[in-house]
Design a protein around this ligand. Structure first.
Ligand code: NAP
Length: 275
């Protein structure tokens, strides 16, 4: 089996490489293929001729997307359109990686795959636009929504907190936004498992949830860092993009399909930090 994937030099791309060792992999970096070009997308995917394509490339700068919305729409929306058209031409199923930020975070409880998206920031809207292109242009799709990613090969909250704590005696972290931290290694493992199963939308996150503050406290605990981490409300941090307050994704489709859910985020975090 041949699996191509975009975003090969990104954080999730790194772990796709680590996990998909039983298939022939075709990594596609931005240098191999700029997804904003339809021609280049069609040519590259026609040449690679994969059996499946994981579309992990994205413009992931949430605040930057607010300042330059067209860039987000172009890369996350049009980019997904181009990759889907290219996949459809060779009848290759696409696995589109999407985000908890397609939801507004006002539901009481976790989001199911069939809940109605309603993004409250440009990044979320651009990822939803990508989802819409995918579902409009092919029947052969998986949409894997995930959240709060951390992993070895990219800028992430875990590394940021460790760096901040190294340089300061105390830090403030928001305690009114909740989500499920997810290790890219675990996500890549589950992507490997769902390929070949029923098409559709899957929520894939590590189990359980927390606030960013609880997440930071756990990072410090595991690292044995004894500094003050103060809970703070979002309004203390003026940021260009609004964030949903409760964007926890229920992994309902995995459950219904009898696929084992992912381990607890604390266990995944311990694993990440031990390496
Ligand atoms: N990070 C999170 O917390 C999070 C949460 C939910 C969902 N997601 C989704 O999960 C997926 C993977 O995220 P990640 O954190 O691994 O992302 P990442 O580390 O930022 O990697 C994204 C990759 O996309 C590539 N890319 C950007 N523009 C491109 C273009 N025009 N053409 C080709 N490649 C392009 C980048 O290439 P360069 O290396 O050349 O810049 C980068 O390697 C994304 O779809 C993201 O939306 C992420």
């Amino acid at each position: 089996m041949k699996v191509a994937f975009t975003g090969a030099s990104g954080m999730l791309g790194y772990d796709i490489k680590n996990i998909f060792t039983d298939v022939e992999l075709v990594p596609l970096t931005r240098r191999d293929l700029d997804i904003t070009s339809l021609d280049k997308s069609v040519t590259a995917i026609r040449e690679a001729k994969p059996d499946y394509l994981i579309h992990a490339a994205a413009h992931t700068d949430v605040d930057g997307s607010e300042l330059d919305p067209d860039k987000a729409y172009l890369v996350n929306g049009i980019g997904a359109r181009n990759i889907t058209i290219a996949c459809e031409e060779i009848k290759c199923p696409i696995i589109y990686i999407s985000s908890d930020y397609v939801f507004d975070g006002t539901k009481e409880g976790s989001y199911n795959e069939w809940d109605k998206p309603n993004p409250i920031n440009t990044y979320g809207l651009s990822k939803l636009l990508g989802e819409q292109f995918v579902t409009m242009l092919t029947n052969r799709f998986y949409i894997a929504r995930t959240s709060w990613l951390f992993g070895r090969n990219g800028k992430n909250f875990v590394d940021t907190i460790i760096k901040l704590l190294a340089g300061r005696d105390e830090i403030d972290v928001v305690n009114d936004q909740f989500g499920s931290p997810t290790y890219t290694y675990d996500l890549a493992m589950k992507l490997r498992e769902i390929i070949g199963r029923g098409y559709g939308i899957y929520h894939i996150t590590n189990s359980s949830h927390c606030s960013w503050h609880e997440f930071a406290v756990e990072i410090a605990n595991i690292k044995g860092i004894n500094k003050k981490i103060n809970p703070a409300t979002s309004d203390k941090f003026k940021r260009p993009a609004r964030r949903p307050s409760f964007s926890v994704l229920g992994n309902t489709m995995l459950k219904l399909e009898g696929i084992k859910e992912l381990r607890h985020w604390k266990e995944a975090l311990k694993d990440y930090l031990s390496q």
